[in-house]
Design a protein around this ligand. Structure first.
Ligand code: AMP
Length: 210
């Protein structure tokens, strides 16, 4: 199964991608996680990406296309994968199409901007493995510590309210047109974020017929 998760920042893509990844036995590829690791390790890609990320802007398409083409060639992608946070522009979607990748479905997780603004302050991510948490909705077993790897949970710099606002604007301008792009290809399915994580997973599995 090759799946794309679309949705605004904070719609729950990362959390749902991890759950679906376990259920379906396929890896999640998150360009956000790959970029955050690159920034942390000070790689040339990380150095290029950092200013865009801190400002809530998109990293240039050619950087993303390079990252994703390399990642999808790794062995664990042979049986399928879930893309979380990519494609984010029509140019990225066209590049995936040009690479001959046929997706089974594109699920857009729907949520209002107001709800996102309310929830983002509680989001935490593991600085080691990238797993997502929320202090109220998805708390870790031990405060500040990742259930999966024991890493430290931190607040993302780009989760500051002004940056979230820019990221939402970028989403509506650059990424939301992908819904029409994939709808034309008969691939688009939409699932409402239900508030509770399990209920949202159920809504996604329902539209996937899984
Ligand atoms: P995310 O974790 O998906 O919210 O991504 C965090 C940040 O990384 C975004 O705000 C962008 O600056 C950058 N980023 C991640 N994925 C992409 C992408 N597919 N295209 C452009 N920029 C991206």
């Amino acid at each position: 199964m090759k799946l794309i998760l679309l949705g605004a920042p904070g719609a729950g893509k990362g959390t749902q991608a991890e759950i679906l990844s376990d259920r379906l036995g396929i890896p999640t590829i998150s360009t956000g996680n790959i970029l955050r690791a690159a920034v942390k390790n000070g790689t040339p890609t990380g150095l290029k990406a950092k200013a865009f990320m801190d400002a809530g802007q998109l990293v240039p398409d050619e950087v993303i296309i390079g990252i994703i083409s390399e990642r999808l060639q790794e062995d664990d992608c042979k049986g399928g994968y879930i893309l979380d946070g990519v494609p984010r522009t029509i140019a990225q979607a066209e590049a995936l199409e040009k690479a001959g990748i046929a997706f089974d479905a594109v699920v857009s997780i729907e949520i209002s901007d107001e709800t996102i603004m309310e929830r983002m302050g509680g989001r935490r991510v593991c600085e080691s493995c990238g797993a997502s948490y929320h202090v109220v909705a998805v708390p870790p077993k031990q405060e500040g510590v990742c259930d999966r790897c024991g890493g430290k949970l931190v607040q993302r710099k780009d989760d500051a309210p002004e940056t979230v606002k820019s990221r939402l604007d970028v989403y509506h301008q650059e990424t939301e047109p992908l819904k029409a792009f994939y709808d034309k290809r008969g691939l688009l399915k939409t699932a409402e974020n239900q508030g509770a994580v399990e209920a949202t997973t159920a809504a996604i599995l329902k539209v996937l017929g899984a």
